[in-house]
Design a protein around this ligand. Structure first.
Ligand code: F6R
Length: 241
């Protein structure tokens, strides 16, 4: 696991965009694993800016998002479908037939998850996986637990995640308590992983990650087994040595 400490969120977002641009320059039909949440918003804004400036082309790329709430309609303003449209897909030239997000409105979540893993495999696996990290150490919605599930699966969200994400929902609005998430296996099979970490609220989870212990109680620690993970961390989130 390599670290680049960025002076601020803007630099982190630009460096993350450089990584995506580099992958697409080398392989225009690359398969990108995409994340939602606050952290990648700056990255997506930068990708939209570069696309408008004619500097990047997504026309041959494929996207697989990490997760989606369950149950939720894709048109719900807090769905990750809606998020991806708003922050990226409506502004760049991704081919809609090649972007994938788990369907949070399915009647058969198990079947949806199995089909999602099959689609990732059929696409040849993920070339570059973008990740954020939860304050509890989750990646995707692989929450801390005595055991982690390999494949894409339905999962209950923990109190920590429900608390952290409640900020996105209007007061009084009910928030889904479950999600469909890519499992640890497709994430760890990605050829390269980019973990984005920003803000003082992530400093304590980063301190735990830097201890170097691998435990399912800190799902992000499994990234320590991956041969090509780059952590882009801003100074606020970096706990020091
Ligand atoms: C989002 C996701 C989550 C977030 C994590 C951090 O698709 O899978 O693991 O990356 O919860 O969220 P933010 O960036 O909002 O702190």
């Amino acid at each position: 696991m390599k670290y680049i400490i960025c002076k601020d969120y803007k630099e982190l977002s630009c460096r993350a965009a450089d990584e995506i641009a580099g992958v697409l320059a080398a392989k225009p039909n690359a398969v990108l694993g995409l994340a939602t949440g606050s952290t990648p918003e700056g990255l997506y804004a930068e990708l939209c800016r570069r696309y408008a400036a004619g500097e990047i082309d997504f026309s041959q790329a494929t996207g697989f998002n990490l997760d989606e709430y369950y149950p939720i309609r894709p048109e719900h303003p807090q769905s990750y479908h809606f998020y991806m449209d708003r922050h990226l897909f409506l502004h760049v030239n991704f081919d809609r037939a090649r972007v994938h997000i788990p369907d949070g409105s399915t009647d058969d979540p198990e079947e949806e998850c199995a089909a999602y893993d099959a689609a990732i495999e059929a696409a040849g696996g993920i070339d570059l996986q973008i990740l954020g990290i939860g304050q509890n150490g989750h990646i995707g919605f692989n929450e801390p637990a005595p055991a982690l599930i390999a494949g894409t699966h339905p999962t209950a969200l923990t109190e920590s995640t429900l608390g952290a994400n409640a900020r996105f929902f209007a007061p009084g609005e009910s928030m889904p308590h479950s999600a469909l998430t890519m499992g640890m296996a497709p994430i760890l099979r990605a050829r390269k992983i980019l973990l984005l970490v920003s803000g003082a609220a992530k400093r304590s989870v980063m301190r735990r990650l830097r201890e170097g212990t691998i435990t399912t109680d800190l799902p992000a620690s499994l990234l320590l087994t991956h041969p090509d993970t780059l952590v882009l961390c801003d100074r606020e989130a970096y706990p020091g040595d």
